[in-house]
Design a protein around this ligand. Sequence first.
Ligand code: PHB
Length: 537
Amino acid sequence: MTSPSTAVPPPEAVGPLIRGLAVLRSLSSGDQQRAGDLARATGLARSTVDRILATLEATGHVRLDGHEAVLAPRAMEFGNAYLTFCRLPDLLGPLADRLADTIDESVSISVPDLDGVRFVHQATRRRAMSLTFRIGDLLPAERGAPGALFAAGWTEREWDAWRHRRTADPNGVGFRHIPADGGSAAASFPDRVATARAAGFAVDDQLIEPALIAIAAPLNAPDGTTAAAISVVSHTSRHTAGTLAATVLPALRDTVARMRDVLATPTPPAEPESVGRPEATPVRSLARGLAVLTALGGSPDGLTLTAVAQATGLPRATARRSLMTLEHLGYAADGRLFRPTPRVLDLGYAALSQRTLSQIAEPHLATLVGQVHESASMSVLANTDIRYIARVPTVRIMSVNITVGTRFPAYAASMGRVLLAGLPSEERAALLRRTKPVALTNRTVTSHRQLLEILSIVEHQGHAFVEDELEEGLRSIAVPVRDLTGQVVAAVNVSSHTSPEPSAQALARLLPPLRATAAAIESDVRIVGRHQAVTTP
Ligand code: PHB
């Protein structure tokens, strides 16, 4: 179990893919970095980093902001490939969420990743201040409850690898997101593993940070291996490690039994998704390798070389060299079939997993403002109001003065009408009944009947156009932003002072780029929300 990436690459390895993934990994540790810093961190030439970044921008995985490189939501596709392949968030996430609701404590699902523990699902109920792991974060096995369960099945070689890592990095500097512990967790680890093996559950009594406690139970795969650990996380203000175990173990074990049933139920094989042939980029072999990595999520059983070549449109020999390179770096494993490993989550997933809806929208709104030279915003419904969650103003002196957090009555605002139109008809009518429309200008529509008619038109035409109703001289066009399920989760608009340009002309000019912006945001939301909820601040 030596770290695969430190071994000598096989002769067929694709150098640009190795270097490109090194840049992606380095970006993932900070999410946003200058090209020069990336060159220093990876030991690559600045010109190489520039070419890699240009490629990653062309593939949509990175956004370049001057000399800064920022991970784009699309980089979550790699982690999604692993999470889709392993199926645990999709199959078990709802049961973990239900357990968290029942016991009112946080519940997480983690999987073994060499001598570490990788989080794949979080149902968070944190009241006391404590550390929260992101999906994709890696914990050393000796810190936390799940590692003791996974290590219960380790071979002597795996224990050697763990000791080797401890010797090479005694202070755990490779795990920057948790506080150092001075080695006490490692000293007690072998004993805790033995105790966990005998008890069938493991305890974390403040192994990560003071006051944070957890218990974890193993989830065995149908083949008897420990596929995952289900952890209940609490705080010393509510429990001791002992009372936590006594209180929640029955419910935890019940959930694990249900999860085992779910895993044992065969699911129909899915058709591997085509990821499409990679586009022409400065470093073609990097783009091809990334397409291969993304394709590995295509089937829960793993893919044959032929299936990978088909899904990416690449020649078999090219796909094979990419697969060997990914395997060498520890991102793919090859049994009978090729599959992605949990380590893939290091490539941007954890760094991006807490992107909020407004953070996803902002760069797209900025692009729109650059195109149309009008202010652009995003809002969500807050009872009968809309609440601005993102706004990119134009630099024009006469710009409309609205900031994030601003509220307007939904019935009179273009985004409000789009959001109301996105509700199921009963909810829409109920919400309007709770609204007391007032004439904000002499053009504001205030009749319930008329508003319902307008909302039905907005629903069918897919946009709302409001002029002089919210404020004299204010014109705004809005369209919906939908999630994976088709539900309207937000609205985006462009707004400006009424100009001499006729309304119909303004609509014809602004609607196509506004729709394209909504589509770009939706595409990102689908990637970020594939295996977890996208949060709205
Ligand atoms: C967590 O999910 O945050 C967690 C899980 C296990 C631990 C500690 C924290 O031991």
